[in-house]
Design a protein around this ligand. Structure first.
Ligand SMILES: NC(=O)c1ccc[n+]([C@@H]2O[C@H](COP(=O)([O-])OP(=O)(O)OC[C@H]3O[C@@H](n4cnc5c(N)ncnc54)[C@H](O)[C@@H]3O)[C@@H](O)[C@H]2O)c1
Length: 358
């Protein structure tokens, strides 16, 4: 039996969730059973494009749609009440990153999932990138010796906060929207939680010239419990003319070696009239057709969502949440990442390093 999924939030990233479950229906793994969306235009678009039932109220969907699992793809600060309601209704839940923007919120969500005995997965898709998987494997095998330090950058172009997410960018930041991806990735690669954070932020361009009161850039230095130190440079003010929507890199140095991954530019670039020079990260998402000519998408941006359906299917076939632990980013990972995000913002406002409580 396919896993019956309901998606809450069919905005820009919600489309990826809808595509992931639609294509899993071709394999009999999942079924996009229902969607909940409060925006009329988007609701209509879902009905026309995916032909599935759209509820305006997610509680009604949980009650009436007969779904096994829910994915939460609403703005960052709106994940918590939806996840809590889904867990209370006995649904397995995949939550977009960040799990929540407060530590109490994450704890409440982890506890609610435990109480209801439902899976809580967080969509930290950087773990599904083939280059990052190779990095994790080789670090775990000790090939780099003891990891000493590293550096990450993740940057979006300015239309992301000033146009796409204009309504809720003031409730988010480059740390919440972008940094969390790599806070999680580094934790996962080096198998250590963050201990101390020192961060600086810059405000001005988005607030004064675009009327969006949020941080332009956030630079954080994080010391992990195992002694490794990583810097995380995040911003969402790259010019629109940049060669892609996102720029991202990670480098890591250990006592026996180093690795640098340009997580955006994988050696694929194009230039067509009117578009300028573009670079393509086809590892993230690429359009394809299956053997029957149906449009499908491949790449880690889709696979991390599909992974949730496979996990729920495994549970339905007799696996336990305990047995699956460690094979996917779970609520506890979401909590540890949010601890870093909270410490980053606290350090910016106090000007002091912040120790993270275990
Ligand atoms: N994994 C990734 O790489 C990635 C990329 C982009 C965004 N995201 C995350 O996905 C989430 C959504 O981002 P987005 O870019 O799609 O934002 P968006 O603003 O484009 O879409 C959010 C949608 O949620 C809907 N919504 C809000 N409240 C709702 C409710 N109570 N019930 C039903 N629908 C509701 C809105 O109408 C909107 O259509 C965010 O948490 C964001 O951080 C993840």
């Amino acid at each position: 039996m396919p896993v019956k999924v309901g998606v809450v939030g069919a905005g820009i990233f919600g489309e990826n969730h809808l595509n992931a479950f639609r294509q899993l229906s071709y394999l009999g793994v999942a079924e996009l059973t229902a969607v909940s969306e409060v925006n009329e235009q988007r609701a209509q678009w879902v009905e026309e494009t995916y032909g599935c039932l759209v509820y305006r109220d997610y509680n009604e969907m949980f009650e009436k749609a007969g779904i096994d699992a829910v994915t939460v793809v609403t703005p960052d600060h709106l994940h918590r009440p939806i996840m809590l309601a889904a867990a209370a209704a006995g649904k397995h839940v995949l939550v977009e990153k960040p799990l929540d923007v407060t530590i109490e919120g994450c704890r409440e969500m982890v506890d609610a999932a435990k109480k209801a005995n439902v899976l809580l997965q967080v969509d930290f898709h950087k773990r599904f990138d083939p280059d990052h998987i190779a990095l994790e494997r080789r670090v775990a095998a000790g090939e780099f010796g003891k990891v000493l330090y590293g550096a990450v950058c993740m940057e979006d172009t300015i239309e992301v906060p000033s146009e796409w997410l204009r309504r809720w960018a003031p409730s988010s930041s480059p740390a919440w929207f972008l940094g969390v991806h790599f806070y999680d990735l580094v934790r996962w690669v080096i198998k250590s939680n963050a201990k101390t954070v020192f961060a600086k932020g810059h405000k001005g361009l988005l607030r004064d010239e675009h009327g969006v009161d949020t941080w332009d850039a956030i630079n954080a230095t994080v010391e992990f419990e195992n002694g490794a130190v990583f810097t995380f440079d995040t911003s969402w003010i790259l010019p629109k003319s940049f060669e892609a929507i996102v720029n991202q890199e990670i480098r890591l140095v250990g006592t026996k070696g180093m690795w640098e991954i340009d997580s955006q530019y994988r050696g694929s670039r194009s230039c067509v009239e009117g578009e300028g020079m573009r670079t393509w990260n086809n590892n993230f998402k690429r359009e394809d057709v299956d053997k029957r000519g149906r449009k499908i998408f491949r790449g880690y941006g889709i696979e991390s969502i599909e992974d949730f359906a496979y996990n729920v299917q495994a549970l339905q076939q007799g696996a336990t949440i305990e047995k699956l632990k460690g094979t996917y980013p779970d609520g506890e990972d979401g909590l540890e990442v949010t601890k870093i995000g909270v410490a980053v913002h606290e350090s910016i406002s106090t000007g002091m390093p912040v120790n993270i409580a275990p």
